[in-house]
Design a protein around this ligand. Structure first.
Ligand code: SF4
Ligand code: SF4
Ligand code: FES
Length: 318
């Protein structure tokens, strides 16, 4: 076992545990965005940094391995200042309204508005490295852009993207090994992109949806959820989540059916399932229509939207 101190509290963790594991062992949860239990740490967002005695730089709690004798502070002024800056940069340039960070913004007294009003949306694909438009200094530069809706299964709203790399890693060696998306461009112009920024339908994507499953900000979203939100019908408080086993093959992947008004509105997979670790294939994640064929039964507003997503008519198709 490894013995260390978190905010003055002695803790023992197993060898190989991270500082985040140690923090959790003493009930000191830390903010994280790019971290996920089912992915290799990317160290991209830096919102989890903590102060480590003897270390010149703050260290990311999500990936730094715990060592014997470490003395760690998670709430020092230096940590708070760093987290405040990270949150302000992200919130001033990105739409974090679905990222669940409001409590952190308040806790760290982040003031994204101090960079000025947000700049307008603009096309960001295909910008040339080194040719970043000069900011006018009056508005906060943003990644605001149109939502990419190019298939029936999921949408990409990169105005919400914090470039955490989770989707890239889930599409790559951490889960899917398809490598349909990666980071393109440099600096503030960097974006998550398919090859040559083609539509998903023309890319290598196989629609496993594992990128959606790990996205922390809602940038990647089920088409069903996107359309229901647009119609003002999405209501998480009215949804139940039922765990079951996928019926397609013999692997036995666990599914979580998100149900609103007796309709499946999306499907996820639990992280704690040994078989999937939160990941699925296209059939498990998207192939649930057969249990609720709507046809002439599409009578409620939710039915109409879901039917439209499938091209069966209804509000989303009009
Ligand atoms: S749906 Fe699957 S294959 Fe397509 S981009 Fe996402 S992770 Fe990659
Ligand atoms: S799309 Fe989502 S998962 Fe991918 S880099 Fe952006 S925020 Fe992260
Ligand atoms: S959560 Fe640790 S660097 Fe992003």
């Amino acid at each position: 076992m490894i013995s260390l101190t978190i905010d003055g509290v002695a803790v023992e963790v197993a060898e190989g545990a991270s500082l985040l594991d140690a923090c959790r062992a003493v009930a000191r949860e830390q903010p994280t965005l790019c971290h996920a239990e089912n992915l290799t740490p990317a160290n991209a967002c830096r919102v989890c940094v903590v102060e480590l005695e003897g270390s010149r730089a703050l260290v990311p709690a999500c990936s730094r391995e715990a060592e014997d004798g470490m003395v760690v502070a998670t709430d020092s002024e230096r940590v708070r200042h760093s987290r405040r800056m990270v949150l302000e940069f992200l919130a001033s340039s990105t739409d974090l309204s679905l990222a669940g960070v409001d409590a952190w913004l308040e806790d760290y007294a982040a003031d994204p508005g101090r960079y000025g009003p947000p700049a307008e949306a603009s096309a960001r694909d295909g910008r040339r490295p080194g040719h970043h438009p000069v900011p006018d200094g009056m508005r906060a530069e943003t990644v605001a852009q149109d939502v990419k809706v190019d298939n029936d299964l999921y949408v990409r709203d990169y105005s919400r993207c914090i470039l955490c790399y989770k989707c890239v890693d889930a599409c790559g060696v951490d889960a899917q090994n398809t490598f349909a998306i990666t980071v393109a461009g440099r600096g503030f112009d960097a974006t998550i992109s398919t090859e040559f920024a083609v539509a998903l339908t023309a890319s290598a994507c196989v629609y496993c949806g594992n990128c959606i499953g790990v996205c922390p900000t809602g940038a990647l979203m089920f088409r069903s959820e996107h359309e229901l939100r647009a119609a003002g019908l999405w209501d998480e408080d009215a949804q139940s989540v039922t765990r079951t086993v996928c019926s397609y093959c013999g692997v036995g992947c666990n599914l979580e059916l998100h149900v609103q008004e007796n309709r499946i509105v999306k499907v996820t997979s639990p992280m704690d399932d040994d078989i999937t670790s939160g990941h699925l294939c296209i059939k498990g994640r998207f192939g649930y229509d057969y249990v609720q064929e709507l046809g002439d039964l599409a009578t409620t507003p939710i039915d109409e939207v879901l039917a439209g997503v499938r091209g069966e008519g209804g509000t989303a198709a009009r």
